[in-house]
Ligand binder design. Sequence first.
Ligand code: PLP
Length: 418
Amino acid sequence: MELVNGQYCIQGVPVLDICKSYGSPVYVYDAQKIRQQYHALKEAFNPLDVQIKYACKALTNMNIMRLLRNEGSGLDTVSIQEVLLGLEAGFRPEEILYTPNCVSFDEIRQAVEIGVHINIDNISILEQFGNSYGGDVPCCIRINPHIMAGGNTHISVGHIDSKFGISIYQIPHVVRVMKTYGIRVNGLHMHTGSDILDAQVFLNGAELLFNAAREFPDLEFMDFGSGFKVAYREGDVTTNIKQIGAEIAHRFQAFCDEYGRDLELWFEPGKFLVSEAGFLLVEANVIKQTTSTVFVGVDSGQNHLIRPMMYDAYHHITNISNPDGTQRVYSVVGYICETDTLGYDRLLNEVREGDILALHNAGAYGYSMSSNYNSRFRPAEVLVYEGRAHLIRKREQFEDLTRNQVLIDVLDAEKVDV
Ligand SMILES: *Cc1c(COP(=O)(O)O)cnc(C)c1O
């Protein structure tokens, strides 16, 4: 989003016009930014040809999946439903990695039948897998290297108490199961969490995986997960992907030479690809002055963007209706009947009722974590692609709230004495 002749625009499309056409609140995504992020990551590893598997739980609109597939991306999925959405969006099964946690074996069986890559993250499932398929279906093993990554304990998944992955200390057990059933382990995987700044964290994890790899003769790929940090505030430090790319590419090549074969290197970013490309546009319903604070109450809230309340996440806010207004301090809050703050103590260009505010970094874990809480509709989604705005999901309607409810006859007042 940039100011062009006093108007905030995405690829030259005035953002206020998008709001006029599609209403508010609305999620808007910039396709160009997503493509840029994809290619920046790809190029960071040059000359190594890394495979990027977009972790679609970040933003599951099928058009976003398609956009990334057109750039060459594969897909990382965490549920069978995401697998089905991926197929619907046009991915071939072999382009999809399925990385579930604590799902039933039935679901894994469905994924095997579809033919996607299977990533297994506990020994009990690995045993059932061996029992069912022996050496017929290869699988990848998700290893927990116990690397503490990122600053946020809500989203760190590599620690010792984590429910994710098979502990690196259990490799001997994994090998025993693998040999007993003749399982073909074709990949090793780690995903240690979000907001990793330091190449060293990836490299430390990688070393442990390289070490473990000696026990697995059938490897075809290594997947180093994700965790790339993006900027949330002006001047935020972000993962230096150029440096990470160069160091990992170098080390990975050395590993492949040692292993005796060139393996593929995979990453599965979500946030890095889509976070900065997305904005949630909301309208200021009321300006409310209390004894201590000036609140801006908007027509959205934690039902549409839960990250501030759930993770204490910072989402930058811009008043796009008043680019020249005097700056004042506001707390921006939602309309949900809960403490529902989107931003504390923000300097915003003077906000008037009816102004449109843009919440930044809303591409990842925005819409995909939204709900109908307070019986509100989920917003529309719009994609700006090659200079044009396209509606990619309709705003919900009243039928969406009632569709799956079953009104039972026995409670019908006309049939009951009340
Ligand atoms: C969520 C998730 C990702 C993506 O994480 P980001 O921080 O959004 O990049 C990647 N891999 C797995 C297995 C995940 O669960």
